[in-house]
Design a protein around this ligand. Sequence first.
Ligand code: NOJ
Length: 551
Amino acid sequence: MTTRWADVNAIYQIYPRSFMDSNADGVGDLRGVIEKLDYFKGSPGSLGIDAIWFSPIYSSPMADFGYDVSDYRDIHPLFGTLDDFRDLIKKAHQLHIKVMLDFVPNHSSDEHPWFVESKSSRDNPKRDYYTWADPKADGSLPNNWLSIFGGSAWQWDETSGQYYLHTFLKEQPDLNWENPAVRKEMQDILHFWFELGVDGIRADAVRWMSKDVHMRDDPRNPGFVTGPHADEFGKLIHVHSRFGPKLFDYLREMTDVVEEYPGRIMIFEDYPDDVFTTRDQYLGFYGVNPKVSMPFNFEGIGTPFNAESYRRFITEFQGMLNQEEHMPVYTFGNHDQSRLVSRVGEEQARVVAMMQFALPGLPVIYYGDELGMKDGKIKKSELQDPVELRKPGLGQGRDPERTPMQWDTSQYAGFSTVKPWLPVTSTASTHNAIAERSDDDSYFTLYQQLLGLRRRYRIFREGDYETFGEADKNVYVFSRRFGEEHIFVVLNMSKKSQNFELPHNGRILASAHPARPPRFKADGTLKLKPFDAVIVECSKHQLKEPRIVRL
Ligand code: NOJ
C-alpha cells in the first residue's frame, strides 16, 4: 500500500554531497544513501521518516553545487549513475519511503548544450532559450537588474556581442520561459523523472521564472542603508526582475504534468517578500493547483524565537488557508540557512521541533537537525560556497550548514574514510547518530518520538489548529482537534519557568526532554522549565490508534 502524501509524517532533506560517502572520495553519493536507508526506516533504531528529498544530483559543473544543471536527465558521476538512482528508489519504496527530487527550472548551467548552442550565434535556433539583450544606446547595461550572488545580472558574451541574463552566478544563465519550446523541454524532463518513479519535486527559485518582458529597471529601494555589511542586492525593489505576470501560468503548466501521475506533488521554493502581503504571496502559490502543489512556509526561519512572534505568524498563516485544500509545509532549516540550533539555541531548537511536528501539514527537516548539528566553522582556506567567495565578509556563505553528517565518533564522523569536502564540525563527538540513538534524552530520541506520534495519529497531520492563551508573552499554546480527539501543545519560549493551566489535564504524550517530562501538579497546573514544552492529550478526548498502522 502506498502512503498518501497527506499521511506522510515528514520530509527529510538530504544534501547529497554531505550525507554519506561510499566510495572514499570525500563527497557523499547515492550508494551512501542506499547504505543508510535503514537510518530512516526499517530497523528498530530508525528515525522513522516517510519521505526524503535530494538537493540536485544532476550532471553539473558544480559552480553552485548542482544548482547549475548541465543535463537534466542524468546523474553526476560524483553521486553515481541513473541505475544507482533507480536502485535507490526501488529500495526506498520497499521501505515505504517516498523520494523527491530538486528541480531547477529558472536556470541551467552555462555548460548545458542548450546554452552552448544559444551563445554560438545570434541566429542559432536555441538563441531564445535564454534571455539576450543589447547594451543601451550609450553602451551601458541593458537594465539595472542585479544578481543575487553579487553584481549585475547581465554578462557580456564576446562571441555573439550581446548580454545574457543570470539571476544567480554567471555560470547559471536564466532560461527564457516566454519561449514555449523551453516550457515543453521542462515538462518533458518532469515526465522523465516521474516515469522513473520519483514521488515529488521541490521546484527551485520559481519566482524568477517570469519577468517583465519590457525589461524595465527595478526601482531604487528608499530604505536601503549603505555600509560595509550592506548587501548591494537590497539597493533595489525587485518588482520587474521576478514575480512576472505569467509566473502562476508557468507553474500551472508544470503542475499539470504532476497531476498526470497519481500521488505525486510539487513544492515551490519561495520566501516571504516585501513586495507582497504574505497572504497574496501564499494564496498565489496555493492557487496554482492545490491538489498537487504547495509552497514551503519559511517564515519560521526569519522569525525571532519568542511566543508572540511564532504565534502571530502561524495563526495568521493557518487562518488564511482552507484546511480541506491547502497543505502547510512548515520548514525551519535548509542548505541555504544557518542551522536551527545555531540560529535559535540548543534548548530552543527542541521547542521548535515540538512545535513543528505538532503543527498541521507536511513538515520538512534538514539532515542533521535531528542530531542538533551546529553550523561548522570554516577556515578561509576551506571555503567552498561560491556565494561566500563572491561576497566575502557578508556572512552569507552556506558552507557552515552543509558540513558532513555526523554518524559516529570516528575521524570523519563515519561520513567518509578520507578528508571530506567540508570539515566535520567539532560537536561530532557528542552529536552523532550512534551516541544519540542510545541516549533517551537526545535530539534524535525527541525527533524519533515526535515522528512516531505524527505517523500514528491523524490528529497531528489533519486536526484543526486553534490558539489558546492569546496574550501570553512567554508561552505559546495551541490545540489540535480531530473529531473527538483533542491535544494541547504548550511551548515555553522564555528563559524562565512558567506555570500553566490547561482546561483539562491529561496524559503527556511528548516532552522537549523525553527522559524528563514535567508532571501535572495536584491542582491541575503544569510547571514548565525554561524552554521546555509538552504535548498533552486531553483525558476526556483521548487519541485512538488508526485501524491501519503503516510501517
Ligand atoms: C535556491 C537554492 O536553494 C540555492 O542553494 C541555490 O543557490 C539557488 N536557488 C540557485 O539555484
